[in-house]
Ligand binder design. Structure first.
Ligand code: MN
Length: 278
């Protein structure tokens, strides 16, 4: 029997990750898998990756935020100017200043998918689709066709991430689809389902198959997480703070666009991109 913790969307929130790792230890987890977006948005991407090193995850896959690291390194300053691209540029630069060269390099070289064989089960990890690490294809209410596209290939279970919404459903033909939710930025559409707790998943698998799926919600000191963000002079700190305070998603393109205008972020992003190209 093996107990596997599935962690996704930590987003640089080391405070939440510490609480989750303590809970996983108490659950006597044997192995850790991650499903992308370990960094970016929160203040402590380096501490997140160092904490993860202490449990040595056996799977890392590319999230859209790690993918943005790659994009920002080679982006054209004249065209990489959409509101979220400006934010990605500034947040990538913030992370790059704190990340060790080894950690940054690892983020730049993540695979799109990792496939694991555990007992009788073939399990594939992917941030969104097998070949796409971003976008809304697997929003919780997306069409079944999208979930069928997510489960192509010779797999029994697909675990994805990105939506910050815990999910258990099926592809046509019975492939199981799981989403562990989010460790670092808990949000929900329904106000009554919002809660300031870190989500992750513990899978228990033995020779007969999947014995238990445990969706865990763990309390963490979100006020302390906000304090750390302010102390670190995190860019876009208002978005991070409001997400942790309200558990409602704050990073809509229109809101980011307004913030960019107000704080002249396009100028800062342009400076960063020009420096990257030198
Ligand atoms: Mn994502």
């Amino acid at each position: 029997m093996v107990k596997i913790a599935v962690l996704s969307d930590v987003h640089g929130n080391a405070t939440a990750l510490e609480a989750v790792l303590a809970d996983a230890r108490a659950q006597q987890v044997d192995e850790y898998w991650t499903v992308g977006d370990m960094t970016v948005r929160g203040p402590e991407s380096e501490r997140v990756l160092s904490l993860l090193d202490t449990v040595a995850p056996t799977a890392y896959v590319l999230g859209n935020h790690e993918e943005n690291y790659q994009k920002v390194l080679t982006a054209n300053p004249n065209t990489f100017t959409k509101p979220k691209q400006v934010m990605a540029t500034v947040l990538t630069a913030f992370d790059r200043r704190q990340l060790s060269p080894e950690h940054f390099e690892r983020c730049l070289n993540l695979p799109m998918t990792v496939t694991k064989q555990v007992g009788p089960l073939t399990i594939r990890l992917q941030h969104v689709l097998p070949t796409v690490a971003s976008g809304h294809a697997l929003a919780p209410t997306a069409s079944q066709a999208n979930f069928d596209e997510a489960t192509t290939g010779d797999v029994d279970i697909v675990i994805y991430a990105h939506t910050h919404t815990p999910i258990m459903r099926y592809g046509t033909g019975g492939k199981l689809i799981l989403n562990a939710g989010t460790v670092g930025l808990p949000t929900a559409l329904n106000p009554n389902l919002r809660q300031p707790r870190a989500n992750y998943l513990v899978l228990t698998i033995d020779a007969s198959g999947l014995q238990q799926i445990d969706y865990r919600s763990v309390d963490f000191d979100w006020k302390q997480a906000i304090t750390i963000a302010h102390q670190a002079h995190l860019p876009y700190v208002e978005f991070y703070e409001q997400t942790l305070r309200t558990n409602a998603y704050q990073y809509a393109p229109s809101a980011v666009a307004a913030y960019n205008t107000q704080h002249d972020m396009a100028q800062e992003a342009r400076k960063i991109l020009l420096e990257n190209r030198r």
